[in-house]
Design a protein around this ligand. Structure first.
Ligand code: HEM
Length: 181
């Protein structure tokens, strides 16, 4: 349990900070909205979690019964990998799922899992992400990507996230007075 708390708590959040920031830096309109209205940061964090889950295929379960999902029959006892990233982009659940929208209100994403093993650190992770984002955009509102395409690491068994995220921070401000063009 201690290992799970440290490993599961640190890597996930680290990757999420990188992926979430990268998404915002690629969508300056969204970043600009947060700079104008920092009260949107909580909904923005959940949207980043939905859009760029660090756990893409992470929920592993055994089927409790024989079930069918679409055309696929899953016999009782079979191992099932739940596609979290796919569920988070389900067009039957989200309007315009391939668009990241920091103002999205209804956002029942599965990035923290579901059911009795729902992530124990979900509130802490949200708080960490909100704190990082608020501090960064307040202090460095002109932050920019320093290169075009950071490489992603990922795969079924690896947490997804950028291997590095070079940025130009720009001059630090103490007040939130600057805006992105
Ligand atoms: C963005 C950050 C995080 C993500 C995406 C994430 C994701 C998840 C997911 C999907 C599960 C459920 C696994 C399953 O049902 O099989 C889970 C469980 C868990 N998470 Fe997180 N997590 C994050 C941050 C944290 C943090 C910060 C902590 C603690 C400091 C933490 C501790 C745990 C623990 C202890 C469990 C197991 C809960 C149980 O089995 O009852 N996680 N996490």
């Amino acid at each position: 349990m201690a290992g799970l708390l440290f490993a599961g708590g640190a890597q996930t959040t680290t990757q999420m900070i990188g992926s979430g920031l990268l998404l915002l830096l690629r969508h300056h309109d969204q970043l600009g909205r947060l700079i104008d209205a920092p009260e949107l940061i909580p909904s923005a964090v959940d949207e980043l979690l939905r859009f760029e889950s660090p756990i893409t295929l992470g929920l592993i379960r055994h089927a409790a019964d024989d079930i069918s999902v679409g055309d696929i029959s899953i016999p009782r006892g079979d191992l099932v990998f739940v596609g979290v990233a796919s569920a988070n982009h389900d067009e039957r659940r989200y309007s315009d799922p391939e668009r990241s929208d920091v103002t999205r209100q209804e956002n029942p994403h599965r990035t923290f899992g579901h059911g009795p093993h729902y992530c124990l650190g979900a509130s802490l992770a949200r708080l960490e992400l909100q704190t990082v984002l608020a501090a960064l955009i307040e202090q460095y509102p002109t932050i920019r990507l320093a290169c075009d395409l950071p490489m992603f690491r990922g795969g079924p068994s690896v947490l997804r996230g950028p291997m590095a995220l070079p940025v130009h921070l720009g001059p630090a401000t103490t007040k939130n007075t600057r805006k992105l063009e």
